[in-house]
Design a protein around this ligand. Structure first.
Ligand code: 5GP
Length: 104
């Protein structure tokens, strides 16, 4: 897949406000927040979209949900939702799988 801005954030070549990092994932504040808390949770593996997730990647998706639970608790969110845009027609602009964590 082609290089995206998120690959550069993973490699720390571009700045981001990182709120969580582990061997599988990175989470950082969205540059254009759509809620009081708007965090992007991404796998370090460069999977373009949710439609490209394969059987061997399912642990990454599970892990992203665990990171979301952890962040929601750590940030004291009272309500939150996750959104994944898939494909240009689904509103996806960056083709590196990411979950929007929107919180209140
Ligand atoms: P999509 O529309 O692909 O689902 O979401 C892409 C998200 O990435 C958008 O919410 C956008 O604001 C965010 N974004 C784009 N470029 C950057 C960047 O350089 N840094 C950060 N932190 N977020 C970005």
């Amino acid at each position: 897949m082609s290089e995206t801005i998120f690959s550069k954030i993973i490699r720390k070549e571009l700045p981001a406000t990182i709120v969580h990092e582990d061997e599988l994932t990175l989470a950082f504040h969205d540059i254009n927040p759509q809620a009081p808390v708007h965090i992007l949770i991404i796998p370090k593996k460069p999977i373009p979209t949710l439609a490209d997730v394969e059987e061997d990647d399912l642990h990454l998706v599970t892990h992203i949900h665990k990171v979301a639970q952890h962040l929601a608790k750590a940030l004291g969110l009272e309500g939150w939702k996750m959104q994944v845009n898939v494909g240009a027609k689904g509103g996806q602009e960056v083709f590196h799988l990411h979950y929007h964590l929107l919180g209140w």
